[in-house]
Design a protein around this ligand. Sequence first.
Ligand code: AMP
Length: 473
Amino acid sequence: MASRQWNSYVAGLDKGKGLYFLFVKSETKTPGGLTARPVLTSYYKSEHFQSRPYDPYNVFTSPTAAILCADAFQSMYAQMLCGLLQRLDVLRVGTVFASGLLRAIRFLQLHWQELCNDIAAGALTPKVTDPSIRGAVAELLKPDTELARFVAAECSKGDWASIITRIWPNTKYLDVIVTGAMAQYIPTLEYYSGGLPMACTMYASSECFFGLNLKPMCDPSEVSYTIMPNMAYFEFLPHGGDGHVPGAGVDKAQLVDLADVEVGKEYELVITTYAGLNRYRVGDVLRVTGFHNAAPQFRFVRRKNVLLSIESDKTDEAELQKAVESASALLQPYNASVVEYTSHADTKAIPGHYVIYWELLAKDASPSAAEAVTRDGVLERCCLAMEEALNSVYRQSRVADGSIGPLEIRVVRGGTFEELMDYAISRGASINQYKVPRCVSLPPILELLDSRVVSAHFSPAPPKWSAHCAANQ
Ligand code: AMP
């Protein structure tokens, strides 16, 4: 959306700046030698971004050098510091996805003392070594004891409610995507921002830019994205609940054209792009809410087949199954196995992490076998084995970005999954068709599982990940 159009929703955005936490990810190479990187990394590295003409509606507090630094700590540190230095200029605070903004707040919680020291001394910590960041920050950073004292006073209270508006009092709204998997973060963002409006402006992917929200200040539950018909050739597959995976083939006869979708119906998005994807199933399920001229508008319903997502990771059922299988192989020497499992994306703490509930069966009935499993660090190794088996986006988030915390296995006592089934049946599930949910989020189910936990184990180390091999995996 042209930035000055924002003035029709929020006046005066040309009179201040945006505190946007923006990051690049490491590049990888495909087996054929092509560079592969997420779309925003391409954009930030492009001339288009770096040599953008001055636009008073689009002035960021973050120096471009900080955005372009691939080291997540240095980049975040510099962006936070510059945001604090210009705190009264800030009119909006944003990241692409809500999870990123929570990470930034967590960073402030962990590093405010160092940041305040730098502000008081007017000198950047030696932990930031990137020379271009140091140069850019030096232009802004002068000793300012009053600001250092103010930030320290706000952060040392131990009360983080409304921290965004306390530190950046002129903030009018948050610019973050909180639709789809990101909706889980709305209550926490409301807490940190004192209930500021959240604007979800765009719906896009690395494959293609799909649509815009023409009412950016509406409530997150009301957000519809208007498809931009010139971005690709858009087609829609009536959503029938088959188990197709993103990118899989399409039954052409079923496809509906952009102008022919019907209000109220759900479809899967299929794109043919200028870059060469042909009838590619994105994997998103959308519901038609109306039309803007002839362009349909959609509510994002969900991503197909995704069980777990903390940030940009998307873990499906098959992948989770494979990870559980490869980890449970470590139990064999103990004559134990996993009889049932389910999972949960725990975002109560930042960074969020995957929790996998395991019910174990010790084939050797002696209690010592079960004890040995929980005692000898075996389950910690199982956590790591699961992480090693997950996709490269997950591992990159764990290793390079620190945006996902160590995976946790919670062992539940024998019979817990039967109780889970009893609960589902008591709520009307069919006993014949009951399937163990491979991911749970309902509070009563989580309470049931958590009340049966006998031990909890965390991955002791980050999984293997390297930019070099990521694209091959
Ligand atoms: P990626 O290409 O990895 O950046 O992921 C693109 C995917 O992120 C989309 O296909 C959606 O599943 C999800 N996504 C992107 N924008 C939004 C949005 N505004 N609301 C909900 N989900 C989104």
